[in-house]
Design a protein. Sequence first.
Length: 367
Amino acid sequence: MQSSNVRSKSQGIIITINVRWWNAEAAYAINLTRALTSRGNKIWLLVNKDSPVHIKALDYNIPVITDIELDSFSLIKQLSNLRKILKYIDLYKIQIIHSFKSNGSFLFSIARYLRPQLIHIRTRGEARPPKNHFLNRLSYEKKSCDGVIAVGNIVKTGINKLNAKIDQFETIYYGDSPVPYKPDLNRINHPLFKSLGPETITMALVGRTQDIKGHQIALKALAKIKSLKIHLFFLVKDLEEYPDELVNIKQIIEDEELGKQVTVTDFLPDLGDTLSLIDFGIIPSLASEVNCRVAVEFFSLAKPVIVFPTGSLPEVVKHNLSGLVCAHKTSDSLAESIQTLANRCDFRAKLAENALLEYQNRFSLSV
């Protein structure tokens, strides 16, 4: 997780992430908290009570604040929220508030005015650009906050369109701990690989089966090069989440006669073991992808990645260095890139080496 000017002095920090589901932005907030905590800072996460990010914070023993409802439309409730924020600032000797969502962020700007020692930092982690109006512009300006972080340059570009007078503005990418796996494992003793020949090239697509994640495009790409000894793993967290899309995926596998070249799995508790044995990852996403957790996970296991030019993927995966960025979001372009990595063993090995270095130098929580 790249950052500049990291302070060595311990800070009291509140990080706010008022989302009601577990997504990449929530993971970014959790991992930022872990990284800052490892440097001796004292962090409190302000979250929605009983939300997935609340549960995840408890898993990591991160202190939480759950009695402030930033999403409320009630003026009385927001005044109560402000009183509570000021109370926590004084009680915990908070020096920095780092807010992830727009809802309620104006309260931190007010608190910053009432507590002059307070620093307010905003992070934008959404794919869609902020709406260009006066209040949004003001919320990003130095009158309201001391600095802004974008999770990718594509997000930074969207914020720049506000023409706000931002004091400090940085891009800091998603970071994570290395994916755990068993180093002594090999394909012969792994149930998903033992039936594959040693010469088979393996690749994986990790994620939900939504259309925008590109599973159907990946299958059509594989169908164009099925004469090659390539096996594709679809590693899905929950096969029942998008049943219609799953039906379409299975239909393409049948129509293209890919049954022996594709494995579709449900949740794997030992995902790292599986990923450690593949040759490379693919992320043919058609939309979003501003916080790409999966690419960072592949990198931590020294796996190069083929990506579509979507969101911040071309920023995370450097073409011909840590992977390949397809020229177009098409099955033809994806098939061409897969062929390149499948056929060029030495090139693939060099990309794998670089992928691990990229993880260590750009995306590790220790950076």
